[in-house]
Ligand binder design. Structure first.
Ligand SMILES: *Cc1c(COP(=O)(O)O)cnc(C)c1O
Length: 820
């Protein structure tokens, strides 16, 4: 019996849960998301209540084969051969089960918390200690009240070290995580402003974090960080590090740059020791120093610690979706491989519908703590459940277990080199490819071949931030109000199918685009949500109905055209949306038209009115609130008239992004969420609250030049420097969407963290910036906008609105998506 298998009867006892066991099952997997069911019969589904009530998803999980559920007491649910364990609090039950599991193992556990660097420090300690330890750790950054129990559940008897991070956002959360993790050694990383809003002050946050360490025999921390907390430090012993205080156990007294490394010297136990960190940026150096201190505190010899730290490699926690060769999309996760992160990556793969075919390239998995037979059986099951069409296994173990796999197409190779030799024969075309390998397989060599080389200017889209924004607005909606996501104009420049896919997966109710072609493109990439077309052209009605797209009818002319078409083709009862003009004066029926409109709708068998809507012209602006009220009035009178005529209810919607929060009374049945999804809401008083910018536009330096005072720069001799200095030519111009208006110092870019102005006119593909006094070199990254240098600021610089900045980024600029 494996150590993380329990019978459902045992679990019932552990949880002290009510409910009859109708059939005994052995449970090995904990499930919390009905969309991500891996092993159904061995799974136990926890109906957690988060933003959506987990109890609503029980039917979906049951249909996927799950037969064991933990539900809230009093839930009235029955299903044949399924067990329902009834508890007072489902989340607490999940946590209790994990705490019980943890209590059965007597292993060393490092518990990590802090505001920044938790995941990096965890992954680095894993890299540093895995040569001599069998380690279990959180997948990715699963550090929440739900993520931690799921992580702890992975402990088995082969492990001799656990490394778990804990993240909190408000008071009274850490005690629970401490009970589950039960760390014996604590590591405190950098404390910064993250999550300050959840606490009264920084000190309350610190005290909450320190609770993780209350049963630790050893705590590793920065000396000055806990200077004011002497009595509150709960651990028995501390090992401190510092760059300023000599009394620290590890006193780092010098740091110099050697090529691309940071070379540190320090005093430790009265001796001088050294360490070469293969990174230069401040955060990496600090995180690596934390790891250094941890290794020393745990008894590693200084020379050994230095040796291993020197070989640290960058941690990528992100799944990146890139454009591949031959119309492929590539999910690049070529840095680590274990069962949990494989499952996460496969879930991301299943979200992608743009290509029918799904391919996985996987290396052998190391250090799972499982017998090879058991491990690869589980891998093969996962691959099967996720409906992978083509499987490519690389490594001796996969090679010798190839019989386990029964995908439609499969190939096995002993190593990366031999796979690369056969690349041609694998004929990748029009498929989504997941590349996932243990570090030693160097799968980046594969991704280099399969990913289309990007023009060095890229627009990075953070899909987590997009979801965060969606959920932010969901939390502002009254119960039952639907969400229509506006994905017109390539999702405001952010990319059509990638964004639409993730919205569909996260169950928005409707999508809307401007033109029929945009709707067709969405259908062709596997989008099955209802799609509203704002501006349908009569010439493409065939496509409209063929692809099941729903037109907005905004005028009598368009209505006539559509009815003519429907009569000819005998299309009956087709869903349409009525647009009412309440003051925008763009498209829509006016108040005076409503009666005639009603006459036309009466007993019209060709159409069914799905929704009726209007558009607010200044929902964000207090100045126009009176006008907005008149729009609301006009809209209400229009929809009442229409509903009376029709005799059935239709979906009513009025609000765009800024209306959602500023006009909660105008949410009706649905809202149309646009720019807010992309992280911008001009109607909010404090624009940062709750929203995250999703896009970063980056380019790089093509050349650096010294320029004398007075020498002229760019076309028309438009620019110059006041003193002798240095300019950098960067790979972005007006053809990429960096408008000419940004020229001559109006626009600013971030280079090495410093904001520098443009010099001279912007040219078609390039422009020049002033990098005088900055150590800027060819190839260095330059940021046009990101979460720091916000789009709103760029809009202000050239007197426009953020919408225009976003949608201007030309299609020539490659989009790279990431998902953590
Ligand atoms: C674009 C658009 C929206 C979304 O507006 P945001 O301000 O981006 O939220 C809503 N409704 C209609 C009709 C639109 O064209």
């Amino acid at each position: 019996m494996l150590s993380n298998q329990y019978t459902i009867t045992e679990i019932q006892q552990i949880l002290n849960a009510d409910g009859d066991i109708v059939k005994d099952y052995t449970i090995s997997t904990l499930l919390t998301d009905s969309r991500r069911i891996s092993s159904a019969t061995a799974g136990l589904f926890f109906a957690l209540s988060g933003r959506r009530n987990g109890h609503e998803f029980i039917a979906e999980a049951y249909a996927a084969g799950v037969r064991n559920f933990v539900v809230r007491q009093g839930s009235d649910i029955k299903a044949p051969e399924a067990n329902f364990l009834m508890v007072a609090d489902v989340l607490a039950a999940l946590q209790n089960l994990a705490a019980y599991h943890r209590s059965r193992f007597n292993l060393e556990v490092i518990g990590i918390t802090g505001s920044n660097g938790k995941t990096i420090v965890k992954e680095w300690l894993y890299q540093l200690m895995s040569p001599d330890k069998n380690i279990v750790r959180n997948p990715k950054s699963y550090n929440s009240q739900i993520g931690v129990p799921l992580s702890i559940w992975q402990i088995n008897e082969k492990n001799d070290l656990g490394i778990f991070e804990a993240g909190i956002s408000t008071v009274d959360e850490m005690d629970k995580l401490e009970t589950i993790i039960k760390p014996t050694i604590g590591v405190l990383t950098h404390i910064g402003p993250a999550h300050d809003e959840g606490f009264e002050d920084r000190s309350q946050k610190m005290l909450e974090k320190l609770k993780l360490f209350k049963n630790c025999r050893l705590l590793i921390h920065n000396y000055e960080q806990l200077l004011d907390y002497g009595e509150d430090i709960p651990a028995e012993n501390c090992f401190t590090w510092s760059t300023t205080f000599k009394q620290a156990d590890l006193y780092v007294f010098s740091g110099t740059v050697i090529s691309k490394n940071q070379y540190l010297r320090a005093m430790y136990k009265g001796q001088e020791i050294e360490c070469l960190i293969p990174f230069l940026d401040e955060a990496s150096v600090e995180n690596a120093t934390v790891c250094w201190a941890t290794m020393l505190a745990m008894g590693y010899a200084p020379a050994e610690a230095d040796n291993r730290i020197e070989r640290l490699s960058a941690v990528s926690m992100r799944l990146e979706l890139k454009t591949g060769i031959n119309d492929c999309s590539v999910i690049d996760d070529s840095y680590n491989s274990d069962l949990q992160s494989l499952e996460i990556a496969l879930n991301f793969l299943t979200q992608q519908n743009q290509h029918r075919k799904k391919t996985v390239i996987l290396s052998d998995i190391y250090q799972s703590g499982l017998q090879a037979d058991v491990l690869y059986k589980q891998v093969a099951d996962l691959i099967k459940i996720k409906q992978v069409d083509k499987f490519i296994g690389v490594g001796q173990s996969l090679l010798s277990h190839q019989d386990f796999f029964d995908t439609a197409e499969k190939h096995f190779y002993p190593d990366t080199a031999s796979m690369l030799q056969h690349l041609r024969a694998l004929s990748f075309k029009d498929e989504t490819i997941l590349i996932k390998g243990s570090r030693s397989f160097e799968f980046e060599r594969i991704s280099r071949v399969l990913v289309q080389k990007a023009h060095e200017t890229i627009l990075e889209i953070n899909l987590n931030a997009l979801l965060n924004n969606l959920n932010f607005y969901r939390s502002k909606l009254k119960p039952g109000v639907k969400v229509m996501a506006m994905v017109k104009a390539f999702s405001y420049g952010s990319g059509t199918f990638e964004v639409a896919n993730i919205l569909q997966y996260n169950k928005v109710d409707y999508l809307a685009v401007a033109y029929i072609d945009e709707g067709v493109a969405l259908r062709n990439t596997g989008i099955s949500l209802p799609i509203m077309i704002l501006n349908p052209e009569a010439s493409a009605f065939d496509k409209l109905t063929e692809f099941n797209l729903e037109p907005v009818i905004y005028s009598f002319g368009l209505f006539d055209d559509y009815i003519k078409y429907a009569r000819e083709k005998n299309v009956l009862n087709y869903p349409i949306h009525l647009k009412i003009d309440t003051g925008m004066h763009r498209l829509g029926f006016e108040s005076a038209d409503i009666e005639t409109l009603c006459d036309m709708l009466e007993e019209n068998r060709y159409v069914r009115v799905e929704s009726i809507f209007s558009h607010l012209v200044a929902s964000e602006d207090k100045k126009h609130d009176e006008f907005t009220k008149t729009q609301i009035k006009k809209f209400e009178s229009a929809f009442k008239q229409v509903e009376n005529t029709l005799g059935y209810k239709v979906i009513k919607h009025l609000s765009n992004t800024s209306g959602i929060i500023r006009w909660p009374g105008a949410q009706y049945d649905m809202v149309r969420l646009g720019i807010g999804l992309y992280g911008i809401d001009t109607g909010m008083k404090t624009p940062d609250t709750g929203l995250q910018p999703i896009a970063s536009l980056k380019t790089s330096i093509a050349q650096v030049k010294k320029v004398k005072a007075g020498e002229t720069i760019s076309y028309s001799r438009s620019g110059s420097l006041p003193k002798d200095g240095k300019i950098a030519t960067v790979r972005i111009g007006y053809a990429d969407g960096y408008l000419r208006a940004f020229g001559n110092g109006v626009g600013k870019m971030l280079v090495k963290g410093q904001l520098v102005p443009t010099v001279g006119n912007i040219t078609m593909d390039m422009c020049m910036i002033d990098v005088t006094g900055i150590d800027a070199r060819e190839g260095d990254e330059v940021i046009i906008f990101n979460e720091e240098q916000r789009i709103n600021e760029l809009a202000t610089q050239i007197g426009t609105i953020p919408y225009e900045i976003l949608t201007n980024v030309s299609q020539r600029v490659k989009r790279v998506y990431f998902y953590e």
